[in-house]
Design a protein around this ligand. Structure first.
Ligand code: F6P
Length: 358
């Protein structure tokens, strides 16, 4: 068992509903183990600027149900520089922080591994609405964001049907179409457009035209923000204009944007955040670090952060020269299998959507 006296917690990158529940779980579990806990305000910037507060069981009361992050968040460019990193290490030394739990997405994990390499053991907890960390089946915030999105699309459906209109809805997710695809299926959209899968524009235009001629009132098309035209325009807006021009169905465009990143976390997000937060502390107490907590086939477990980061690039076809050099053939085969699994998961849902969107 590691002899930690003090653990720091931070939330970094885009906030996600359930981050507070994760912070609460980390703080309560560590305090229960007799370890002091501090919160670092504003993500890695807080570490650079020495913005650190003590956390007690009471200071994390009443946050499990709240969206956002009470530790605040930031996308910190300075942390990517050696100077910024050294300031962060100084803050850790000053406050005698022995280890850190970093809640966020892939950018947060890159920072976490940099800290571990400089002597501050760090474990990452995946928090992002995008569910775009390939190594884990689930990231905290995804369920809440999908439910909020679905609710918004339900509202649009009401008014679309009243007025016999189509509504193209652009949803967040960066270059991951999971929110778009799942909410399209769950809200009865006629189509979803995502960055990962090819999309037949002519087919969807024909489908809307045919269904409208057969008397269908109200059409919803969900487009992931990551889909862009060849000249760099967001595809959702472009598609809305094309649908109206080519099908004759009046078409509105709605960008849901950040609204789905807020709100009270669902049970799924509070529960998973608690499981993951507790596991992060257990790993640190066992002397383990440079890990990211994952949910794999329903089980909370962990993977090496470097593996997780490169597996992510592998799936997203963003590998840089030399990225695979540190990995054995078996690891690379695992990345290949994981990429195939993710692709298959999306394809199955996409197929189901096309079969049920008549
Ligand atoms: O990663 C979460 C996310 O909300 C993405 O879906 C989106 O592309 C991005 O963050 C928006 O970032 P920002 O909050 O910096 O505008």
């Amino acid at each position: 068992m590691a002899k930690f006296r003090k653990i720091g917690i931070l939330t970094s990158g885009g906030d996600a509903p359930g981050m507070n529940a994760a912070v609460r779980a980390v703080a309560r579990k560590a305090l229960d183990e007799g370890v002091e806990v501090v919160g670092i305000l504003g993500g890695y910037s807080g570490l650079i600027k020495d913005n650190v507060i003590p956390l007690t069981p009471r200071s994390v009361s009443n946050i499990i149900s709240r969206g956002g992050t009470f530790l605040y968040s930031d996308r910190c460019l300075e942390f990517k520089t050696e100077e910024g990193m050294q300031k962060a290490i100084e803050t850790c030394k000053k406050h005698e922080i022995d280890a850190i739990v970093a809640c966020g997405g892939d950018g947060t994990f890159r920072g976490a591994t940099d800290l571990t390499n400089r002597g501050i053991p760090t474990v990452g907890v995946p928090c992002t609405i995008d569910n775009d960390i390939t190594a884990t089946d689930y990231t905290i915030g995804f369920d809440t964001a999908m439910n909020t999105t679905m609710h918004m699309i339900d509202c649009l459906r009401d008014t679309c049907v009243s007025h016999a209109r189509c509504n193209v809805v652009e949803v967040m997710g960066r270059d991951c179409g999971a929110i778009a695809l799942n909410t399209a299926l769950a809200s009865g959209a006629v189509a979803a457009v995502l960055p990962e899968l090819p999309f037949d524009e002519a087919e969807i235009l024909t489908r809307i035209k045919t269904l409208a001629a057969a008397g269908k009132r109200g059409f919803l098309v969900v487009v992931s923000e990551g889909v862009v035209t060849e000249d760099g325009k967001k595809y959702g807006e472009v598609l809305a204009k094309k649908i109206e021009a080519e099908t004759g169905v009046e078409t509105k465009f709605a960008r849901l944007a950040h609204v789905v990143r807020g709100g009270n976390p669902t049970l799924r997000d509070r529960f998973t955040a608690t499981e993951m937060g507790v596991h992060a502390v257990e790993l640190l107490m066992d002397g383990k670090s440079n890990l990211v907590i994952c949910e794999i086939d329903g089980k909370i477990t962990e993977l090496d952060i470097n593996y997780a980061l490169i597996a992510d690039r592998y799936y997203k076809k963003k590998l840089k020269p030399g990225d695979l050099d540190a990995f054995c053939a078996e690891d690379v085969a695992k990345m290949e299998a994981l990429a195939a699994k993710r692709h298959e998961e999306l394809s199955v849902i996409y197929q189901m959507l096309s079969e049920t969107s008549k």
